[in-house]
Design a protein around this ligand. Structure first.
Ligand code: PAF
Length: 284
């Protein structure tokens, strides 16, 4: 496995591997089983295409708000590289902030519809930072396909829109969320939870899954009945503060007033102390 610590080593590596298709897995490091499942999915796809897997590790400052955890975000590079190696990654691009962003940079890519709701409502500018860095990573690594986790469902929808609207020649593949035994979605931020918060954190998944079952089985016929059922279940988590619960169309992220023909997705975010957790489920 090659470690490419800057743009110039990445360019040289790409030049000498030009003939091979690439599958990209962009990450911010602090890798867990959720990420390694993305590497495994990328490996499968790369083998199918006869190509290679490139992972990126970059804690992207432009997607963190002023009061968020950019400085505190874990950066265990050696352990991350070992996981990349174990899961068949061919090259890891891990640039520094100064290499990725000029001090006087003045161009940002903004998505103006899907990004305004859900997490975007409480994290202004977050998805502009994501779109800008993902566009740069696509241009730098030139992949044929890229894998993103469904855990960040709004991010996945925004990136599909970025690719559609700016004509990036990249297939976006969504990969299922990996969970702890009690259902809590794996996240690099789970380490911030106290034992008491951790014990309650699975309420997010439990409430979403129970509500989705109620809709699928026809017991919850309207979005308002579904919301009431979700809130009733969520109330068991006395240490949690709900940020949002929404039922949206999986592709446009527009809120649903009725279930109708669309593909509903249930998304929620909650604070446990200062730690904000997100999760989502489909209906099948
Ligand atoms: O999902 C993430 O880890 C980040 O948002 C991404 C896609 C790597 C962009 O920095």
């Amino acid at each position: 496995m090659e470690l490419l610590p800057d743009k110039s080593s990445l360019r040289d590596w790409i030049a000498s591997h030009r003939h091979l298709p690439r599958v990209l897995v962009p990450t911010m490091g602090a890798l867990h089983r959720g990420h390694t499942s993305l590497f495994d999915r990328a490996r499968e796809e790369a083998s199918r295409l006869g190509g290679e897997v490139v992972a990126t590790i970059f804690v992207n400052p432009t997607q963190f708000g002023p009061n968020e955890d950019f400085t505190a975000y874990p950066r265990p590079l050696e352990a991350d590289l070992a996981k990349c190696r174990e899961h068949g990654v061919d090259a890891v691009f891990a640039p520094g902030v100064g290499d990725m962003y000029a001090d006087d940079r003045s161009i940002t890519i903004a998505e103006n519809r899907l990004s305004t709701t859900l997490c975007g409502a409480s994290r202004p500018g977050h998805f502009d930072g994501v779109c800008t860095v993902v566009a740069k990573l696509f241009l730098l690594t030139q992949p044929g396909a890229a894998i993103f986790g469904e855990k960040d469902f709004q991010q996945l929808a925004v990136i599909r829109r970025l690719v559609r609207d700016l004509d990036f020649p990249v297939d976006i593949i969504g990969a299922p969320t990996v969970r702890e035994e009690d259902g809590l979605a794996l996240s690099s931020r789970n380490v911030y939870l106290t034992p008491g918060q951790r014990a309650q954190a699975q309420v997010l998944q439990r409430s979403l899954a129970k509500t989705a079952r109620g809709i699928a089985e026809g017991r919850l016929e309207t979005p308002s009945a579904a919301k009431e059922a979700f809130l009733g279940e969520f109330a068991a988590a006395t240490l949690a503060r709900l940020d949002y619960f929404e039922m949206v169309d999986a592709w446009t992220l527009q809120r649903l007033d009725e279930f109708g023909d669309s593909e509903p997705r249930l998304l929620a975010a909650a604070f446990f102390g200062k730690t904000r957790l997100i999760d989502n489920v489909g209906l099948s």
